[in-house]
Each structure stands twice: as C-alpha cells, then as structure tokens.
Design a protein around this ligand. Structure first.
Ligand code: F6P
Length: 564
C-alpha cells in the first residue's frame, strides 16, 4: 500500500523548529552578540571573493542545526543532484531544469533524451560569441556598410530583466562605443523614445523570446520592423539589422529573420534562468566573450559549491533556510534586497521575477494546496536612496522585514573617494537594525540636551528602536563579471532550496496565463466594433465576454468612449 507523503508541518524536523522558535522568538540579537563574541566567525562563510555574513539573524547554532535537519529530511541534497543530473524535476511541464548546464565548465557529457546537452550549449554559444565579436570589432556591417552603434534588445521577463541588469551592473566592462537599449513595455512610449534618436543604418535589434509568441515582445518587434522599413523601404536589408533568440525557430523565421541570425535555446531553460544562454546576446556584445566566460565561471563556481558543500556551510542553502525561518516561523511576509552598489540598481527588479515567479505558488508538487506560507513579497532599491525613503518602516514599522544588503569593498570604476562613507552606511544600517536603541539610551541622549522633563517623556517612545531586525550582508570584493555570476547563482540556488522545502515546483509559472488569455479576448472586443459587452463565439467558457463582470465591462466602455 502506498503511503501518503507526510505534510511539511507534520514532519518531526518542522515541529522541532516550531518548539525551538517558541524558545528563542523573544531573544534579542543584542544579547546574543553580548553573550558570544564569536558570532561573526560562526555565522559567516567566504566563497572566493564573496563574504556572506549571516550573524545578524535571530538564530543560534541550534537553529542552523535544526534547519539543516529539515533540509535533509526534505531531501535537498538528492534534489540538487536531480537538477544537475537532468532529471525532469519541472514535473508540471515534464522538463529538466538545466540552467547550470549553460555555465558548466567541464568536458563531461550530460545526456538528456539522447542528446549531449553540453555539446548543444557550446555550439550555440560559440555562434552567439561570433556575432558578438563581429559587432564589437565593427565587422558586422549594416545595410550601408556602417558598423553597428546601437543594440536594441526587445523582450520581456527573463528575456529582458537578466540581460538589462547584467549590462548595467557591468557597465565598466561595456565597450564604450556601443549603446544598449532594452524595450519591454507594451506602452509604445518606450519603444518610440528608444527609436527616436536611432539611425537604422547603425542599429541592431535582438528579438529575445523563448516562445516567440509573447504579446509585448511581438508588438514591439513589429513596431521596430515597421520603423526600419518605413525608413529603409527594402525588406532585403532586414537581415543585417534583426536577429532573434528563441526555442521557436519557425516563428522567428516567419517573422522574417534569416536562419543564420536565429540562436536557439531549449525548453529546459526557464525564462528567468536564461541569461546564461544566447538570451544573453546583448551582454555578450556589451562585455565580449572573455568577460562573459568569467560571468559563467563565477556562476559555475557557485554551482560546484551548492552541489558539494555541507548544508551548514553552503551559502545558497543557508540563504534559503534563513528565508524559511522568517517566512514560516516568524510569519514575515516580505523581504528586501538592498544593493549599495549603483551598478546593481536593476538587481531587485531582476530578483523579483526570479524569486516571485518561481516560488509564488500555493499548490504542492503533489497537487494539494499547501497549508503554510510560500514565497515572500520581494522588494528592493539601492541602499542610500532607500534609507531616505522606506527604511523608516524597516527600523520602526510593525512588520518584520528581513533584509539582504549587497555591497562591494572596491569600486572598480571610480577612485573610491566615496567608498568609506558608503560602507559606513552599509555597516551602520545593519547594526542599527540589529541593536536598536532602548529606552535608557534614548533618555540618556535626550537628557544631555536642553529639553525639559515633560518634553523628554513625550518624545522617548517615538525615539525607541526595538532592534532585533535581521539582515544578511553579502560583501563582494568588487563587482566583476565573475563575482556577479556568483551572486546571481547564489540567489538562483537560494530560490531552489526554498522550493524544495516548500515542496512546490519553482520552475513553472501557470499564474501568468489567465491574465494573458483574458487580455486576448478583451483585445478582440476592443478592436472589433468598440462594443465592450459583445460576445464572441470563439471565446472559451471562462474567457467569454458575456461572462464579464460589470467593473470590466464598465471600464472597457469608458475607455472606448474616451478613446474615440
Ligand atoms: O509571462 C511570463 C513569462 O513567460 C516569463 O516566464 C518569461 O520570462 C516571459 O514571460 C517572457 O517569455 P518569452 O521569453 O517566451 O517571450
């Protein structure tokens, strides 16, 4: 007789954590640090040029031991092997999950459905490198034999956020004679603004879409094509100015892109994990083959670490488990990712997709609804601007929001004249969040000033900081391609770790489908005769316009009236 899998919260390892939580939930980190001056040594791990300090968390040695036991009970090490070994762990789509193969540095074959994945990856990436080097060297010429100056990446989600984030993060490594533009929005203002100053003779469009069916990307690609043809008036010239990256080669061809200008990817690369493939073509053009290889190398080193390090010393596993600790035991609803490095300004946006599209699920792999909390709300912003905007809530609000701070010891593009001031803010913020300021300290401070007793009494409660607010600090030596590759891979595997604990599929995204279906049906009605309530025969039951609610029909009618 087959046994029902035991639910997460009934596992003895979970219950042991619950018991431990009740014992330490009120313990203040201030006291933990005072009692044990080896916390930093105990709770930090170094991997190459990255230091991960997790000592400012509401944990003891026992907490980590219990979290690691939970991870073992959830078979995290076996699941890591299953991912790397090309098992079809994306069960709802029947796919392997092999972004790690995109950066594998070994010659060992990896066979999936009879094909050597590593061979496929190397072949395709070499083709992409060739194009990238031609553009960089000025050997790829436009239709009037001028070199390319502007690269426009058209794509959305994973076909946009990763390439844009990395191109910005590595701006000191970007070839200065080239300009990069990223178009994702369906609002035509974006593409119009990008196209306005461009010259079709020197512009290269990269249409990035795994499926080559995504509405936003197809609209923007068509607009770009029409813009080009309106100025050049000759379809035969398109081939020098449009390339594509997709699994859907036929659709890219029907769009009018030449065979040799289409780069493939595979269904075993999730969109949000795809910047390591030819989807990263704009990155390759920006930083060149050598630096792109460094990016891959940095990620691959983290892959090896994730696969081989003991869980108690395994950075992505620890990041994931600490997230579970706050999410499920402290009931924290959100996390903040706060880079202090300007060039990482798109990192929170990138991570929002990586994390929230992966772990924003409420059904377990078993098909049953889960009765515990899964992925948190992730938000973030550059550190200093954030300090003067929303950090108030982090310090004194009623919500517990664990944070990740990311900083670099060295600024490779400047002369480091701001660096000590910048880093003093990094260290001060996490110290303030951890320690807080108690009543006695507030009183002492106020009493040394000129306020009378009544004014002091009134002010004291407002100036108290409870503290005990957790943070991780990721301190990179510098923002190099290799360290950035490592940083991204750390987060990818953190997300994987949490998906395993929560027993969900981190690699599908059915939640984005309903809105897409409804938009299709609504667009049909908007473009028909302007009658928002007309029903269309071909609509499926759930999309049928006659099923629309009064709010949607009302809004549509109002729009149609305003539009006309
Ligand atoms: O709608 C969500 C999504 O499917 C993402 O997962 C993906 O990264 C994005 O859309 C873009 O998809 P595509 O690369 O197929 O255009």
């Amino acid at each position: 007789m087959s046994q029902q899998p035991i639910s997460l919260m009934e596992m003895p390892e979970w219950q042991a954590l619950q018991q431990h939580f009740s014992e330490i939930q009120n313990k203040h980190m201030r006291d933990m640090f005072a009692e044990d001056d080896s916390r930093f040594d105990q709770f930090s791990v170094e991997l190459n040029e990255i230091l991960f300090d997790y000592s400012k968390n509401r944990i003891t040695k026992e907490t980590i031991g219990l979290l690691v036991e939970l991870a073992h009970a959830c078979e995290l090490p076996q699941q890591i092997d299953a991912m790397f070994d090309a098992k079809k762990i994306n069960a709802t789509e029947g796919r392997a999950v092999l972004h790690t193969a995109l950066r594998n540095q070994t010659d060992q074959p990896l066979v999936l459905d009879g094909e050597d994945v590593h061979h496929q990856v190397r072949t395709e990436i070499e083709r992409a490198y060739q194009l990238a080097e031609q553009v960089r060297n000025g050997d790829w010429l436009g239709y009037t034999n001028k070199p390319i100056t502007d690269i426009v990446n058209i794509g959305i989600g994973g076909s946009y956020l990763g390439p844009q984030m990395v191109t910005e993060a590595l701006s000191p490594f970007v070839k200065p004679t080239l300009n990069f533009h990223f178009v994702a929005n369906l609002d035509e203002n974006q593409i119009d603004d990008v196209l306005a100053p461009l010259d079709p003779e020197t512009t290269l469009f990269i249409v990035c879409s795994k499926t080559f069916t995504t509405q936003e990307t197809m609209f923007n690609a068509n607009t770009a094509r029409n813009w080009f043809l309106s100025l050049v008036n000759d379809k035969s010239k398109l081939s020098k100015h449009f390339v594509a990256v997709s699994t859907n080669i036929e659709a890219a061809k029907s769009f009018g892109i030449n065979d040799q200008n289409i780069f493939s990817m595979w269904d075993w690369v999730g969109g949000r994990y795809s910047m390591w493939s030819a989807i990263g073509l704009s990155i390759m053009i920006a930083i060149g083959k050598q630096q792109f290889e460094q990016l891959l190398k940095g990620a691959s080193e983290v892959d090896q670490h994730f696969r081989s390090a003991e869980l108690a010393n395994n950075i992505p596993a620890l990041m994931g488990l600490l997230g579970v600790w706050y999410n499920n035991f402290f009931d924290a609803q959100a996390i903040a990712v706060l880079p202090y490095s300007q060039h990482l300004h798109r990192f929170p946006a990138y991570l929002q997709q990586a994390d929230m599209e992966s772990n924003g699920k409420s059904v377990a792999l078993s098909g049953k609804r889960i009765n515990y909390s899964s992925g948190p709300v992730l938000f973030g912003e550059l550190g200093n601007p954030g300090q003067h905007a929303f950090y108030q809530l982090l310090h004194q609000g009623t919500k517990l929001i664990p944070i990740d701070v990311i900083a670099t010891a060295r600024n490779i593009s400047g002369d480091n004249k701001h660096q000590d001031a910048l880093m003093s803010n990094v260290f001060a913020q996490t110290e303030a969040l951890m320690k807080g300021k108690n009543e006695q300290e507030v009183r002492q401070e106020l009493e040394s000033g000129s306020l009378n007793q009544e004014a002091i009494d009134n002010l004291v409660p407002h100036k108290i900081f409870e503290g005990n607010r957790p943070s991780n600090t990721l301190l990179l030596q510098a923002l190099t391609p290799s360290n950035l590759g490592s940083l991204i891979a750390l987060y990818e595997h953190k997300i994987f770790t949490q998906g395993i604990i929560w027993k969900i599929n981190s690699f599908d995204q059915w939640g984005v489908e309903l809105g897409k279906q409804l938009a299709q049906s609504i667009l049909k009605d908007l473009s028909a005769d302007g009658n928002a309530s007309s029903s269309s025969d071909s609509d499926s039951e759930s999309n049928n316009s006659s099923n629309r609610d009064s709010s949607t029909t009302g809004l549509m009618s109002h729009y149609i009236n305003q539009r006309n």
